[in-house]
Design a binder for this molecule. Structure first.
Ligand code: NAD
Length: 355
């Protein structure tokens, strides 16, 4: 398979972690007979310094024309005082809007080797944590009208049937690629938008008879994620609920450096990035954990290119790295061998194709 991948290294630790993901992709290409061509894209503080714009149109075009986009992270203290519309993070918002990605997908998975890093009780962790939150990204209360008048503030929460249907489809399709269980999370006991949400999900479920659909109120879901996370496979929910639940879910897995994400729209071209930022405090020290970015590349193979065996191989290689007691600084424990960012990438790449 030949694929063009737009690569945004970004700022801070971005270039270091992306380099490791590319090593791993190169190894996958060599083992499985694929060809991945990388197109470098400037975005974030580095683009601001170079072009005076965190995402110039010509750089956005490269992303739109690629088969998918891999991103490290953007931002840093040196750009804190630039005007709001020039901030590096603005580039990211424009990228998401420009690519039309309306679904943010974040897995919450605990690696058994890192179980003691979870703040949950060991008997809960022992049941396994491996679910994915599909969050609507471009609608709802964050995008409604906001106003403050005469001492009263108003934020409008609005969803159309079409917006719910397109994110619902991503939920069902994603569940199909996993264990075929979808939990739709809303607040239908109070909100009209949630009642519409629930009705659309149930209508859609007729088209996906192979996926088991359940409903859950968001307050209950927040409790269930810490009480019994093993019950979940895929959760689909609206923007603000998803924002809050996905942070809660990433916390219970223990380490921010390990978690990938994907953002998808209508086609197969997606945006893949770790959930953390540019970590300026450790940039250039070879201390960053590149696994979140490497797993983001695995998600790209699975969800955009349908290369499931290759994605499985990357996940197995990460597991082998941990089984062999290697750890980056952020997940280091006594008795383990600490490795830097570059060596972590080398080792994971080496394990690919070795069973
Ligand atoms: P951060 O995620 O960059 O860092 C928070 C803490 O986690 C730091 O101590 C950092 O060293 C550590 N950390 C993060 N990623 C790590 C990794 N891969 N390995 C080891 N340790 C890691 O969050 P922050 O400090 O709040 O933000 C720093 C900059 O990143 C800001 O400019 C912010 O706006 C930006 N940011 C960018 C994105 C993005 O590009 N998607 C997301 C969040 C924040």
């Amino acid at each position: 398979m030949n694929k063009n991948i737009a690569v945004i290294r970004g700022d801070g630790i971005g270039p270091e972690i992306v380099a490791q993901a590319l090593k791993v992709l190169d190894r996958v290409a060599a083992c499985y007979g694929h060809s991945f061509r990388y197109i470098d894209v400037d975005m974030g503080g580095c683009a601001l310094d170079k072009y005076g714009d965190p995402l110039p149109e010509h750089e956005l075009e490269k992303c739109k024309n690629a088969d998918s986009v891999l991103l490290g992270a953007v931002g840093g203290n040196q750009w804190n005082d630039v005007p709001a519309d020039k901030r590096p993070e603005k580039g990211l918002l424009r990228l998401r809007a420009g690519m039309g990605v309306y679904s943010n997908n974040r897995p919450a998975k605990i690696w058994r080797q890192l179980a003691d890093a979870s703040p949950l009780k060991s008997e809960i962790v022992a049941n396994g944590i491996d679910f994915l939150i599909v969050r609507e990204l471009t609608g709802g209360i964050y995008f409604g009208t906001h106003k403050t008048e005469n001492g009263t503030a108003t934020d409008i929460l609005q969803y159309s049937e079409a917006e719910i249907e397109r994110i619902g489809r991503i939920g069902f399709e994603t569940a199909r690629k996993r264990n075929r269980r979808l939990c739709s999370v809303e607040k239908s006991n109070v909100l009209d938008s949630s009642r519409l949400w629930k009705a659309v999900m149930h209508r859609l479920s007729n088209e996906y008879p192979d996926v088991e659909l359940t409903d859950m109120l968001v307050d209950n879901c927040a409790m269930q994620i810490v009480k019994n996370p093993a019950q979940f496979d895929v959760i689909v929910t609206e923007n603000m609920f998803g924002d809050i639940l996905s942070d809660e879910a990433s916390m219970i897995t223990g380490s921010i450096g390990m978690i990938p994400s994907s953002s998808l729209g209508a086609g197969t071209c997606g945006l893949y990035e770790p959930i953390h930022g540019s970590a300026p405090d450790i940039a250039g020290t070879d201390k960053a954990n590149p696994i979140g970015t490497i797993l983001s590349a695995a998600m790209m193979l699975r969800y955009s290119f349908d290369l499931n065996a290759e994605a499985d191989a990357i996940e197995r290689a990460v597991s082998a790295f941990l089984d062999n007691n290697y750890r980056t600084a952020d997940i280091m424990r006594s008795g383990m061998t600490e490795v830097g960012c570059a060596q972590c990438g080398d080792l994971i790449a080496e394990y690919i194709g070795k069973g």
